[in-house]
Write a protein that binds this ligand. Structure first.
Ligand SMILES: Nc1nc2c(ncn2[C@@H]2O[C@H](COP(=O)(O)OP(=O)(O)O)[C@@H](O)[C@H]2O)c(=O)[nH]1
Ligand SMILES: [Mg+2]
Length: 454
């Protein structure tokens, strides 16, 4: 672990400047070998120095600024040097090459952050938040990542663990200094309400984490319906641009067109599909298959039908396929004569929105309905502190299940020391969320998803 790693930390390509980052025991002495300017081994920490990177023949490679940051007040807690080069591919690669020659190793993706975690500078949730921050595209995603980076999300977990410690110490006190006549009394009077409370708290965090997931991943939305009902027109209307091809020839959208919009700060990733109908046309058939797959993968389905065409059996069949998902039915072309009987749809009226994309009617109502459907107005936008990644949510779900089992065990009068052991093991499992306890494989798996140089 003590080897010195280096990587280009800025994105590859042309830019005004780029940063090559070096971390580890020999970071300062290695950079010093290729730096012409001040002797970096003798400078104070956290100061920037002007100079040149030079090769073995003293030929200048680039004009640079070098920041020297000494352990332990650095991101990795190790000695760290950042070299600000000009932002071209050639200068950064040449600097990297020289560093490797002098004994650095090329960092793996996420290795700087991994070291920050292993050296106790940040916990696992904070490390994951670093990646979320890099990936963030909306303001609310950024805020949520920031709250996680600063430890607010970890506090949610720490608080739950603290509650469990309380329960455990309660058990111990009562075992050691029994004020109660028998163990049954302890468990019933003291433990059950506390376990109830814990369950409630976990449930609340889990419920709110749905918001976190929506903020982080956005809402995968598909527009589905028969050819020519106006799906591509809707996508264009939502995007306020002409991205999807609109024609009056059925089957024009043969592949999937994608667009992103935000509603209340939440990202909607909208897919426009080929119209679904039985077809002999090979290319279109593939599109249809994809549409069916998309129903599976969607969080929201906008099911569009044409006001000007009678509702047929195949429409109703398809509607059945989407009813297990969150959906809205859009009746388009209300500027034309109605030929549909809404009763056939057998859905609640509040699931139906009438619109005319041609006359720009109903789009706002559609957005309002989406806000309602995902309770977007309940999502905290000022200070979004939610668990948002699948890993931590699934651990918490598992813990909830185990707490419920304990509750049952208490009611069945299981020995109190067994219950204590169980609670301790859940306490440990909860700790894997922010990495108080962790497995090496998990770390490898997690940090691989980082970008190089972070
Ligand atoms: N009258 C009327 N025509 C519309 C409306 N929306 C779309 N269209 C027309 O319907 C045809 C098919 O639209 P398109 O978006 O390509 O349908 P898609 O096959 O479902 O993607 C085009 O000629 C559109 O201009 C509407 O609200 N009213
Ligand atoms: Mg289309």
């Amino acid at each position: 672990m003590n080897d010195t790693i280096c990587a280009i930390s800025t994105s590859q390509g042309v830019g005004a400047i780029a940063i090559v980052r070096v971390s580890g025991e020999s970071a300062i002495s290695i950079v010093n070998q290729i730096f012409k300017g001040k002797d970096l081994t003798k400078v104070d920490s956290h100061i920037i120095h002007y100079g040149h990177i030079i090769d073995d023949n003293n030929i200048p490679i680039d004009e640079v600024l070098v920041s020297v940051m000494k352990s332990p007040r650095t991101f990795t807690t190790e000695d760290t040097v950042e070299i600000n080069t000009h932002g071209g591919i050639a200068p950064t690669n040449k600097v990297l090459e020289l560093l490797l020659e002098k004994g650095c190793r090329l960092a793996q993706p996420g290795e700087f952050t991994k070291r920050a975690f292993l050296n106790g500078r940040i916990d696992l949730l904070e490390a994951e938040a670093v990646m979320d921050m890099i990936d963030s595209k909306t303001e609310i995603q950024r805020k949520m990542a920031m709250n996680q980076i600063t430890g607010k999300t970890s506090d949610l977990i720490n608080e739950l663990r603290e509650d469990m410690i309380q329960i455990i110490s309660n058990i111990n006190v009562n075992i050691d200094y029994p004020e109660y006549d028998d163990v049954e009394e302890i468990t019933n009077e003291i433990l059950i309400p506390k376990i109830e409370k814990l369950k409630e708290k976990i449930n609340k965090v889990l419920k709110e984490s749905e918001n976190g997931k929506i903020i982080k991943e956005g809402i995968q939305t598909s527009i589905i319906g028969r050819p020519n009902v106006g799906k591509s027109s809707l996508l264009n209307a939502l995007l306020e641009e002409d991205k999807a091809i609109v024609t009056d020839i059925a089957g024009t959208t043969r592949d999937i067109v994608e667009g992103k919009i935000t509603i209340n700060g939440i990202l909607l990733n909208i897919l426009d599909t080929a119209g679904i109908r039985d077809t002999d046309n090979k290319i279109e058939a593939i599109g249809v298959e994809k549409s069916l797959q998309m129903i599976e993968d969607s969080d929201l389905i906008l099911f569009m039908i044409n006001n000007n065409e009678p509702i047929t059996e195949d429409i109703l069949e398809l509607l059945e396929k989407i009813k297990k998902k969150k959906y809205l039915i859009l009746i388009n072309k209300i500027d034309l004569k109605s030929k549909i009987n809404k009763d056939l749809l057998k859905v609640e009226p509040n699931k139906i929105i009438s619109l005319s994309i041609k006359e720009n009617q109903g789009i706002e109502e559609l957005k309002e309905k989406i806000v309602e459907l995902f309770h977007m107005d309940e999502i905290e936008t000022k200070d979004p502190t939610y668990l948002s990644n699948t890993r931590s949510i699934s651990i918490l779900k598992k813990c909830l299940k185990r707490v419920e089992e304990i509750e049952k065990a208490i009611q069945e009068n299981l020995p109190i020391d067994m219950i204590e052991l169980d609670i301790k093991s859940i306490w440990e499992e909860l700790g894997t969320i922010n990495g108080t306890t962790y497995e090496e494989e998990l770390l490898d798996e997690m940090f691989q998803r980082f970008c190089l140089g972070k």
